[in-house]
Design a protein around this ligand. Structure first.
Ligand code: NFS
Length: 670
């Protein structure tokens, strides 16, 4: 049995610590305590177990041992890895499919309550695929785009359409290696076929298809999800928000939306502002409805509507432990089965809404985009009716302000203004060495490591080294809670060159770019940096690194792999699912070495698992410096640039927070 850890060892977040203590006092288990009680299986976690057929499971723990069918360890590890990547790609892409169907319904006037909020983005995206836009109504364009996007999932031949948005040279790399995805579903299905008993047994050949499957996510399903979410709900721009459990309110009906898809949650936001619903809440004795989010649903409504985030993945149980949540409304992905049992200790109603996800013991109110507003109001009435059942509450008085909403469109606009939106200043800053490089710190929480510590430690250290950090997913919420996503907060701990840029442009040193499907925004930023010029002609030449320090989901593996295939160095924290046991079984880490050195030769990017945070930082900086040198850029010198002493920033520092935010980012978008 693993060691029992203290609340401080479980999380660095004081709000989380309070709720972990409360759980202990009430004798309730959480993912934190269950992780202490359940040691991971060392054979399975090293990828050394095959359970793909009924002759096994076979556990390969001795030199030269094979499975009953003769499968070697490297084959087994490659099969386990591709299956995880396929599941992750399927999850993201199925989300993208649902978004595309919603766009189709909206275009045809069949989706109650939805409108096309961002016609400009609709036109830009449609034009990329040569869909006629001039003189056409948004609905006509949207209908064509929806048809094109829906077709990407079932497409059998050719290339997935969004791949044309990658740098030209990168597309050629994919064609040359035969990994250009043909259709999203086809690649996922083929991953399953190839790993059935008696099929593909050459590990490198299996992993080549893992690349193609992951690409069908990053430059397929996920990119579609991001595009359509922006078109329907608005492309994010900076907005003031808050994060952590202290966003729950004592005197209001608390509804927490949790999961991933913005379709229902956006409608719940609209329904919560409906006078009839507010009246209903008041009649129940509450001061109104207080909405907040968990996981990537939180990111979706936070960056578009400024709706607060109650927390990241490991806080879903902790929100219920406050005793103040009337309803937790979930759709798909990252929803712990433990929620229902946990909620029995309180009055919280768990409401499932997706046709794909039911939890035994939860209330199911099925979402249908054709009558979304009606369903959203129905859900809110459930929550309001439950307010009278609330017992003793304990809401940690801990929350932090943040400014999320840095879409690639906004980054381009903020760097150049409306008339000359451009990535030029960013490229220039990297070329001169004011910014040493860029790191994307993304991904999950994992109770095997100290909650939020790896994300924020890595982020803080990279900022000191003048590395601009972009974040998504649960990593972004971790930084938000620590106050790293505010313009002025912590700038004194940021390297001088980066600080100067942040002050000049008026941005936080950490840019919140959205949910996990929005990692595609990072692909777009990297592509735009290539196209801007000065940093090489492909993504693998940019001084940039991707990190998922607290990863746990299969989706993270798909993201990591499509970033590698796009040319990035990707570092995962925690344990490797293909680590093998090289100290006990010879060559049991062949696959692990292949996805690093082997993939780097083919794609210029590599995937590595590094448990030690300081080693992650060292490798990140080493890679950035190596890429700088290869581009012939001046060696990074921390003493070259001093404080800008930007008078405007200094004056702004004296203002109260809200005025300062308004001056920097404009009024919050509603
Ligand atoms: Ni990404 Fe978002 Fe969080 Fe991990 Fe889960 S919520 S999609 S998978 S845990 S970052």
């Amino acid at each position: 049995m693993a060691k029992k850890r203290s609340p401080e060892e479980h999380s660095i977040d004081p709000a989380a610590q309070q709720m972990i203590i409360r759980a202990d006092q009430l004798g309730i288990s959480t993912a934190f305590s269950r992780a202490d009680d359940m040691a991971p299986c060392n054979i399975g976690s090293a990828g050394m177990c095959c359970k793909l057929c009924g002759m096994g499971p076979c556990r390969l723990t001795k030199d030269g041992q094979t499975g009953i069918c003769g499968a070697t360890l490297d084959t087994i590890q490659a099969r386990n890895l591709i299956r995880a990547i396929a599941a992750g790609a399927a999850a993201h892409s199925d989300h993208g499919r649902d978004m595309a169907f919603t766009l189709k319904a909206v275009a045809n006037g069949e989706a109650e309550g939805y409108v096309i909020r961002d016609v400009a983005k609709l036109r830009v995206v449609a034009a990329r695929y040569n869909i006629p836009i001039e003189g056409r109504a948004p609905e006509e364009i949207a209908n064509d785009l929806a048809d094109l996007y829906i077709a990407q999932f079932g497409q059998q031949r050719g290339e997935v359409a969004p791949a044309i948005r990658a740098p030209k040279k990168r597309q050629e790399v994919w064609r040359q290696h035969g990994v250009m995805p043909r259709g999203v579903d086809r690649e996922v299905v083929e991953s399953l076929h190839r790993t059935h008993i008696g099929d593909d047994q050459d590990p490198e050949h299996i992993l080549e298809h893992a690349i193609r499957t992951a690409l069908s996510d990053g430059w397929g399903g996920s990119m579609i999800a991001t595009d359509v979410s922006d078109i329907l709900f608005g492309t994010p721009a900076p907005v003031l928000g808050q994060a952590n459990l202290g966003v729950l309110k004592e005197d209001m009906v608390n509804v927490v939306v949790h999961g991933h898809e913005p379709t229902l949650s956006e409608m719940i936001v609209a329904a919560s502002q409906d006078p009839e619903i507010i009246e209903y809440a008041k009649a129940a004795g509450a001061n109104g409805i207080n909405l907040s989010g968990i996981c990537c649903t939180a990111n979706e409504i936070l960056m578009r509507q400024g709706i607060p985030a109650a927390g990241n993945f490991l806080q879903q149980e902790l929100a219920i432990l406050t005793g103040a949540v009337e309803a937790m409304v979930v759709d798909v992905q990252c929803i712990m089965q433990a929620l229902v049992e946990l909620a029995r200790n309180f009055h919280t109603e768990i409401i499932t809404t997706s046709a794909k996800v039911k939890l035994k013991g939860a209330t199911h109110i099925q979402f249908d985009e054709h009558k979304a507003l009606t369903i959203a109001k129905d859900i809110l009435r459930h929550a309001i009716d439950n307010y009278k059942n609330r017992g003793e509450t304990q809401i940690p008085d801990i929350r932090e302000d943040l400014v999320p909403g840095f879409s690639h469109e906004y980054i381009s606009y903020m760097l150049g203004g409306s008339y000359r939106a451009s990535f030029r200043p960013l490229n220039d800053a990297i070329m001169t060495g004011r910014i040493r490089g860029v790191a994307a710190v993304v991904g999950c929480n994992n109770p095997r490591s100290q909650h939020d510590y790896l994300h924020t430690h890595v982020t803080r250290e990279l900022l000191k080294q003048d590395v601009l950090v972009v974040e998504t997913g649960c990593g972004a919420i971790a930084s938000a809670k620590l106050g790293l996503l505010l313009g002025e907060a912590g700038l004194d701990q940021v390297g001088p060159g980066l600080r100067e840029i942040c002050e000049t442009v008026g941005i936080p040193p950490v840019l919140h770019m959205g949910s996990c499907v929005d990692n595609t925004r990072i692909l777009t930023v990297l592509t735009e940096m290539v196209e801007e010029g000065g940093l090489g002609d492909d993504i693998d030449q940019i001084p940039a690194v991707g990190l998922a320090p607290e990863w746990m989901s299969e989706k993270a593996l798909s993201i990591g792999t499509y970033c590698v295939a796009s040319g990035a160095y990707v570092i995962f924290g925690g344990s490797s699912p293909v680590s093998g046991m090289p100290d006990r079984v010879a060559d049991s880490d062949i696959v692990q070495r292949y996805i690093s050195e082997g993939w780097e030769k083919l794609y210029g990017g590599k995937l590595e698992f590094v448990a030690e945070p300081d080693e992650m930082i060292r490798l990140t900086l080493e890679h950035i410096d190596k890429k700088r040198a290869a581009l012939g850029l001046p060696e990074y010198d921390p003493n070259r640039f001093g404080r800008s002493g930007d008078a405007r920033m200094l004056a702004l520092e004296a203002l109260p927070l809200e005025e300062r935010q308004a001056a920097l980012y404009g009024a919050p978008n509603q």
